[in-house]
Design a protein around this ligand. Structure first.
Ligand code: DGY
Length: 320
């Protein structure tokens, strides 16, 4: 049995695959593999372990319907045409739960970073602009006792809410497709409509999946409804916000600041105006990028593809 991996991954996962008599090929180039290359390569493989948001579209799945399984090394699967995979009876798995804490840590980091303009102040020193003490200029804002609004209160959103409540005694409000009574009991979280979430959040953090319904849901109309003192945080998917509208909202001071670990598009170009703004912090999609978390993700995706190649159900299967 042979598995193709679209990036170099943790050796622990390679060892596990090889211990199960699976022949492994990793794509070692720095640039992502093209779809045409992947389609022709996969002809010689039984399974795909996909890392790094490869576009697993209908054309790729049609050409690769012999695959016994596709294991994603990510929790998000918006890059996969799940309906097409299901039609071809190809099981697809993801890596839920293991990255909850690492990803919510990055949301927490962005909240603190933006509210205190950490990048801006760091750059003042780098640029030799720290000469005096000015009690009125370039101030941040307090976050203690503020209202945290969560869009998409799943496992990562709950993890962030728990941290913000414990550290800053924040009030938690949320908007989801469905209410989450467990989180309401655990966090005293209050369910609100989407408009109420926009209007009442001091910090609005996005944790929803990308779908037809949520695509660019944070647009000019949404930013218009937010408080001028509010901070927008997105660690989920860049396409949940419209970046031109976000830039405009910041320029027009419709919102106070923004922290993004995901951008629209990705990668963000280095001359993007957001990178020059005082109340903005941008990270290059590193939510799950810790040694421990990436190791767990690699092992979990290896376990999934091993199960598929042995004809068993993948433990984290999301379709068939
Ligand atoms: C995920 O797991 O979906 C993260 O975005 C990393 O790819």
């Amino acid at each position: 049995m042979k598995v193709f991996i679209t990036r170099q991954i943790q050796q622990s996962a390679i060892d596990l695959l090889e211990a199960n008599n699976i022949e492994v090929t990793q794509y070692l180039n720095d640039d992502p593999i093209s779809n045409a290359n992947l389609i022709s390569t996969l002809k010689g493989y039984d399974g795909l372990l996909s890392v790094g948001h490869v576009n697993i579209n209908e054309a790729l799945l049609t050409a690769s319907r012999h695959l016994k399984g596709i294991a994603l090394m990510s929790v998000g699967y918006d890059n996969v045409d799940i309906d097409a995979a299901t039609n071809y009876k190809i099981p697809v798995s993801n890596t839920p739960n293991v990255l909850n804490e690492a990803t919510s840590d990055v949301a927490f980091l962005l909240i603190l970073n933006v509210s205190r303009k950490a990048i801006y102040h760091y750059n003042r020193i780098v640029n030799d602009q720290w000469h005096n003490y000015n009690p009125t200029a370039h101030l941040g804002i307090d976050i203690t006792h503020k209202t945290l609004g969560i869009f998409g209160l799943g496992r990562i959103g709950i993890s962030l809410a728990r941290k913000c409540k414990a550290a800053f005694n924040m009030d938690i409000i949320y908007h989801n497709r469905n209410r989450n009574p467990e989180a309401e009991a655990l966090l005293g979280a209050r369910y609100v409509s989407f408009d109420e979430l926009l209007e009442q959040s001091d910090i609005l953090s996005v944790h929803a999946n990308l779908s037809v319904e949520t695509n660019e849901i944070f647009n000019a109309a949404a930013f218009d409804k937010m408080k001028p003192s509010s901070i927008f945080i997105n660690t989920a998917r860049g396409k949940l916000h419209n970046e031109t509208d976000l830039i405009q909202a910041l320029i027009e001071k419709k919102i106070w600041g923004a922290g993004l670990d995901v951008t629209n598009p990705e990668p963000m170009h280095h001359d993007n105006i957001l990178l020059t703004m005082e109340n903005v912090c941008i990270m290059p999609h590193i939510g799950s990028a810790t040694v421990e978390t990436r190791d767990k993700m690699a092992i979990m995706s290896a376990q999934n593809i091993i199960a598929a190649l042995k004809g068993k159900r993948m433990p984290q299967c999301i379709n068939v």
